[in-house]
Design a binder for this molecule. Structure first.
Ligand SMILES: C[S@@+](CC[C@H](N)C(=O)[O-])C[C@H]1O[C@@H](n2cnc3c(N)ncnc32)[C@H](O)[C@@H]1O
Ligand SMILES: [Zn+2]
Ligand SMILES: [Zn+2]
Ligand SMILES: [Zn+2]
Length: 302
């Protein structure tokens, strides 16, 4: 992991940790480069019972170049999420408010590294640039055109428990950036898993993605080697070079909340039930259908 210091102008925010440099618009470097540790992958944070870097899922025994549903235990168990070119087949999988997980072949699978069921694990390939937006702070734009369904980047950071997410949220001031994302998934037999990722202190380029009410990316939890999901972002439509990349913090394209967690401090938090004294952050996404406020997820404060 690299550690960026204040005012340091850098050509690669990832400091060589990604396959391609994450550029930083030179003119924006007049502003202070945010101080955080770059990590392309999730790391275990307070309260997280699993180490995301540990291999905990079983693998297939295919000896083929690329796995085929007829013979692959991974594809038979979890279905095939990608086409032969690694493009996600179904854009956003549920409208019930919960994500359905995607599983890739992993470190224990005997298929080749080129298997089409390995996409997110290959990491960043597109040239992305962090730049200073007009009124949303830092943002991310793509320097390459991106076809619909393409994996773009992860939203990687510290994976923390619900209690830790709540503690961090309550310690935050309303005007501060909130980075904590909560994701809820159907985990079979009616059970729900919740994952909280905070890239504020340790994270990747995903931490700079802004919210839009009409986004061009959508989030899809993807499991590779670990039971801890990676929060992967895919292109929801064809995206032109130089467009800002944004996703809906409430989980959609089609999904309803989970959302960006509430940005507030403890005094506000006490008033959540029954009052509308919450200071919601104004949305500056500029979309025709903008709902004027950033999404909130109040459940963490109950
Ligand atoms: C994950 S960070 C995104 C990067 C952030 N802009 C920065 O400068 O580091 C989320 C924060 O960015 C700001 N933000 C993101 N989307 C926004 C939007 N549509 N309108 C206004 N502020 C936004 C909010 O302060 C939010 O809490
Ligand atoms: Zn296989
Ligand atoms: Zn496999
Ligand atoms: Zn908006």
């Amino acid at each position: 992991m690299s550690h960026l210091s204040v005012n340091k102008i850098c050509e690669d925010l990832s400091n060589g940790l990604e396959n391609v440099p994450v550029s930083f618009e030179a003119i924006s470097a007049i502003r202070t480069v945010p101080e955080f540790q770059y990590s392309p992958d999730n790391v275990q944070g307070p309260g997280c019972t699993f180490d995301p870097s540990e291999v905990t899922l079983p693998g297939c025994s295919c000896l083929s170049y690329s796995c085929l549903t007829e013979s692959c235990s991974c594809l038979q168990t979890h279905g095939s999420a990608y086409d032969s070119t690694g493009t996600l087949l179904n854009l956003s999988s549920t409208n019930s408010g919960y994500f359905s997980p995607v599983f890739e072949c992993n470190a224990l699978c005997t298929c080749s590294d080129a298997c089409s069921n390995r996409v997110v694990q290959r990491g960043l390939w597109l040239r992305l640039e962090v730049y200073c937006t007009k009124n949303m702070g830092w943002g991310v734009r793509t320097l390459d055109a991106i076809p619909s369904g393409t994996f773009v980047c992860e939203y990687a950071g510290e994976v923390i428990s619900f209690e830790e997410a709540r503690r961090r949220q309550l310690a935050q001031r309303t005007e501060e950036n909130n980075y904590i994302i909560a994701v809820r998934e159907h985990a079979g037999a009616g059970s729900i898993t919740e994952t909280f990722v905070d890239p504020a202190m340790v994270g990747n380029v995903g931490r700079f993605l802004n919210h839009s009410c009409q986004p061009n990316l959508f989030m899809q939890p993807v499991r590779v080697h670990s039971v801890v999901p990676r929060l992967a972002l895919f292109a929801g439509r064809n995206i032109d070079a130089q467009e800002e990349l944004m996703f809906d913090y409430s989980g959609g394209y089609i999904n309803q909340p989970p959302a960006e967690l509430l940005s507030t401090h403890s005094a506000d938090a006490k008033q959540v039930s029954g009052t509308d004294e919450l200071q919601r952050k104004k949305c500056h996404c500029g979309a025709n259908n903008c709902v004027q406020f950033l999404p909130l997820d109040l459940s963490i404060l109950n």
